[in-house]
Design a protein around this ligand. Structure first.
Ligand code: HEC
Length: 473
């Protein structure tokens, strides 16, 4: 299919292309389609926006490194970029600016569409930009240290697998400041998510777990609320998570602390897929040369007390935390499961003024994205962070495993979660404990006019500020 491309009315061209596509490929005029070629025009866009995922060993199903690899997907590329499905990014552009936004400009979309419509030509190889360099599978460069599960975990063909916990002693004899961190799943086919926590020396958390040996707390282990173990000892601070779409941690002017003598505790969620498999996941760390002035930590605003009625298409859950000290906010991560529909973060300053920081109008559980604020936001003591989530427990939600079920908090994806994770920086010497006060959130069913099902789940309310969570990030 060939069609007109006007470089002035780019958006119009995109719309026109979509229209022409729907008409079954009729073209209104001949265009110098040879203008857009893979090597000169398309490859730079793929390098900057697609290859981080679309290359061997990464999360996407096919590579888009070369012409030969990309050509068979030309039609699919056009469809996905026009529908804004690729690259994956879910923030409503009305709110907030994000440093890691994955969005194509209208010009870039137009270039890709024109290339496809013009016959997906290769062009002259001499026009190609130099290949983008990727280091040995790692997106953080060469790690200073790699911490790997000492033995593989065997995932059977079928069944539900409780979260597995693996304690990995670091052997660090002094405080280490992490500037970059990346978790690489050993087998992406069965790894749903991995979270890495820092367990300080002497912590009683998971004291029964033997180093290196996968440990499970049983099916109820994490079902009790955001603090696994309920009333048990405080869990460690969350260092980094892996789930499809999560970018590696790469920090400047701040770092994350692993105190001397700490262990790293991995929380692994495996899902079965009909074929038995082994997994041996690992985490790479790059250290800061010097201790930073500011330390980064992840906090959360969860609400574990909800009960989503069967067939409710729009059940609302809110969570609220208040800051007990000033912090600088740097990023946001909404977290829900299959029934998650939309999610919004708002700050309410002590003055009463408020501001929406992030709105994700079409939440997609398959993508657990972190939204890095373009401008870090200083929040004074007493600021509240309020999250509002909606859930679709109706049959209209194609991901809903069972619309006839009452759904509460739980670790498995057919249970639900409601967590607004947020990352802040604080003075390096300040304590991370007790930074956040948890205020009661609310729930509202769309099915009944009266304020409905607020019956508490078996959840235990979290007490402390640092993110210890049984949740996927
Ligand atoms: C954050 C990782 C990531 C980025 C960045 C990304 N993709 Fe993808 N892409 C995926 C994954 C994972 C899938 C498979 C699951 C899906 O379709 O959602 C996929 C699927 C696709 C498909 C569908 C393949 C098929 O079999 O039909 C196309 C086409 C595609 N991507 C094109 C692109 C293009 C073009 C870009 C850049 C403009 C891009 N993607 C950026 C991860 C990514």
């Amino acid at each position: 299919m060939r069609k007109v491309c006007t470089r002035i009315l780019l958006v119009a061209a995109v719309l026109a292309t979509a229209f022409a596509m729907r008409l079954g490929g009729t073209s209104s005029a001949a265009a110098p389609a040879s203008q857009v070629t893979f090597y000169r025009d398309v490859l730079p866009i793929l390098q900057n926006n697609c290859q981080s995922c679309h290359r061997p060993g990464e999360v996407a199903p096919m590579s888009l490194l070369t012409y030969e690899q990309s050509r068979p997907y030309a039609k699919a590329i056009k469809e996905k970029v026009l529908a804004r499905k690729m690259p994956p990014w879910f923030a409503d552009p009305q709110y907030g600016h994000f440093a890691n936004a994955r969005t194509l400009s209208p010009q870039e979309i137009n270039t890709l569409v024109t290339w496809v419509d013009g016959g997906a030509l290769a062009g002259d190889k001499k026009d190609a930009p130099p290949a983008k360099e990727f280091v040995d599978g790692w997106n953080i460069g060469k790690p200073d240290v790699v911490l790997e599960m000492p033995q593989p975990f065997h995932v059977p063909a079928q069944g539900t697998i409780d979260y597995q916990w693996v304690v990995i002693p670091t052997g660090f004899t002094k405080d280490m400041w992490v500037e970059a961190a990346e978790i690489r799943p050993g087998n992406r086919a069965v790894v749903h998510h991995v979270l890495a926590f820092v367990r300080p020396k002497g912590s009683p958390w998971m004291k029964d777990a033997q180093p290196g040996v996968p440990f499970s707390m049983g099916p109820q282990g994490e079902a009790r609320g955001p603090r696994p173990g309920g009333d048990g000892p405080e869990m460690g601070e969350q260092l980094k998570g892996y789930a499809p779409g999560i970018q590696p941690l790469i920090l400047t002017n701040t770092a994350r602390l692993i105190p001397a003598g700490s262990d790293i505790v991995l929380q692994l969620h495996y899902t079965t897929n009909g074929t038995p498999a082994d997994d041996q996941s690992k985490m790479g760390l790059v250290f800061a040369k010097n201790p930073p002035a500011q330390r980064q930590i992840t906090l959360m605003a969860p609400n574990p007390r909800f009960a989503i009625p069967p067939n409710d298409p729009d059940y609302e859950v809110t969570s609220v935390v208040e800051l007990e000290d000033a912090v600088t906010l740097t990023s946001l991560v909404p977290h829900m499961h299959f029934r998650g529909k939309d999610f919004m973060f708002k700050v309410v300053y002590p003055s009463g003024e408020s501001k929406t920081l992030l709105s994700v109008p079409h939440y997609d559980f398959n993508w657990q994205l972190e939204y890095d604020l373009a401008e870090p936001l200083v929040l004074p003591k007493g600021t509240r962070i309020e999250c509002t989530a909606h859930y679709d427990n109706s049959a209209n939600n194609p991901f809903n495993p069972d619309p006839n079920k009452l759904v509460r908090w739980g670790e498995q994806t057919w249970d639900e979660m409601m967590i607004g994770y947020f990352t802040v920086t604080i003075d390096r010497h300040a304590s991370a404990a007790g930074l956040v006060k948890f205020l009661p959130g609310e729930t509202k069913s769309s099915l009944t006019p009266r304020p409905s099902v607020t019956e508490p789940s078996s959840g235990v309310a979290p007490k402390s500020g640092t993110a210890g969570s049984g949740a996927a990030q």
